[in-house]
Design a binder for this molecule. Sequence first.
Ligand SMILES: Cc1cc2nc3c(=O)[nH]c(=O)nc-3n(C[C@H](O)[C@H](O)[C@H](O)COP(=O)(O)OP(=O)(O)OC[C@H]3O[C@@H](n4cnc5c(N)ncnc54)[C@H](O)[C@@H]3O)c2cc1C
Length: 473
Amino acid sequence: MNQTVSEFVKELQAIVVEENATDDPAICASYSRDQHWHFVPAKNPAYVVRPANKEEVRQVLMLANKEKIPVIPYSTGINVRGLTIPVHEGSILLDLSRMDRIVEINPEMKTATVEPGVTFGMLLEKTRKYKLRPAFPDAPLTVSVLVNYYLRGIYQTAAADGHDHVLSYEMVLPNGEVIKTGSRSLSEMPYFRYGVGPDFAGVFCAHPGTCGVVTELTAKLYRLYDNRKVYFIGFDDANTPINFLHNLMHDELAASIRLVDNQSWLKGICGTFDYEYEKLPKFVACILVEGLDEIFEAKDKLVSEYIKESGGGVLDFPEEFKRTFEEESLGGAEKSCMVFGLRGNYHCIGLYGPLKLAGKYYELHERTALEVGIPEAYIHYYVNPIYSFHGQLCYFELDIFYDGSDLEFGEKLRNYNRKQFQRLLDLGIYGWFRPYAGIIEPTVERIGYLAEVWKRFLKVLDPNKIMNRGKLF
Ligand SMILES: Cc1cc2nc3c(=O)[nH]c(=O)nc-3n(C[C@H](O)[C@H](O)[C@H](O)COP(=O)(O)OP(=O)(O)OC[C@H]3O[C@@H](n4cnc5c(N)ncnc54)[C@H](O)[C@@H]3O)c2cc1C
């Protein structure tokens, strides 16, 4: 602990006790960068504060608001897009990882209520015994459930789960007021999203930055089934599988669907590097079928029929590949990190759009990457249809796996981004995975008066602009 603590640190320490507030440069430096250093320059926060509960969060926010000091909430801090890296000098990094209580698992209601520091791994361990699971992103099990859902960036490894997992939450605003969304605002029962008035749970979510600090969130849990079957189907191009995927989604047959290229994600999904992936067809559809006994059998029969008409060939992978894909989709797995093993670093543009554009998104990805000098072998792709498929909703990922120590490559990626954001907006997308810096600026230019309303809305909640300030407005 720093020997010469400033008056301001003393005020912070009076709230969270001495050991949980510091301006020690060595500790602050450990929060200064993430994997996206090619895009988001490293910067130290001036203070790191680690509150233990909602009341401490409230007091820190009120103090910061009074002094107009920017606050960056940080739950597990894994975000790979610079979202917890300070923009301004003198910021407080509010590390919420001590707030890691699973407040409630309610198997009757199929819900879990968690604090920011609860990870997917922690939650799964507790829900599994009820044959329930949270909806998983394709992220490590060590990331925050609350933040993942609050950022609303989750895309579905389980096609059957849908997109919205948040039922309600409570959030502390910079002025110290606590707001509760959905049925939480009326009762002690936090189980319904649309309790009263507008859908405030949606309105406060997914800003570039945040409106306040979410201290507790209630989320949906989903069934775990015993009957499961996995198929891997190879295709030579990204257009042929479109009809097949459309049929599976339209008839609600598969629990998890991913179309990936034969490298990168397939290695991540299958969990091994000891396989000649490069000899496989260029694209592989990974399909998981599950359900109660007779329902499962009926679904599986229909899936097998669609596979025959798909234009692709069933790949005979080892059993362990199948098990890993099951786990990755429904039970969480650490395997997704293995994709980094390909070249060390991973850059992606994540977006939502209709399945019918899958081929076009891939063509554009390839064209722009080659134009800026990215080698063909570094170009990867990922399509994930999302239940219930209205608007043919899919998550797409235009990926580049690269060596992060290659500084020239960083310039290529920045060129790629500049061109590709505009081109994708011109081609047509539903929205971006997350509103991270760089991507959001050209986007707000296209949303008309909504941008103005958005700015004013944030000003009402955060007039002193302390919440993750500088990320956009
Ligand atoms: C290998 C890898 C793969 C991934 N794949 C996926 C994926 O497939 N799908 C997906 O959805 N995500 C994916 N992610 C991202 C990951 O799921 C999210 O980053 C995570 O769920 C959120 O936790 P975090 O630690 O990143 O949050 P943090 O880094 O702590 O915070 C992220 C943002 O939320 C804000 N914030 C943090 N806590 C709060 C709070 N309590 N209240 C208000 N604002 C807050 C922060 O200020 C910051 O802006 C992946 C990450 C990795 C490393």
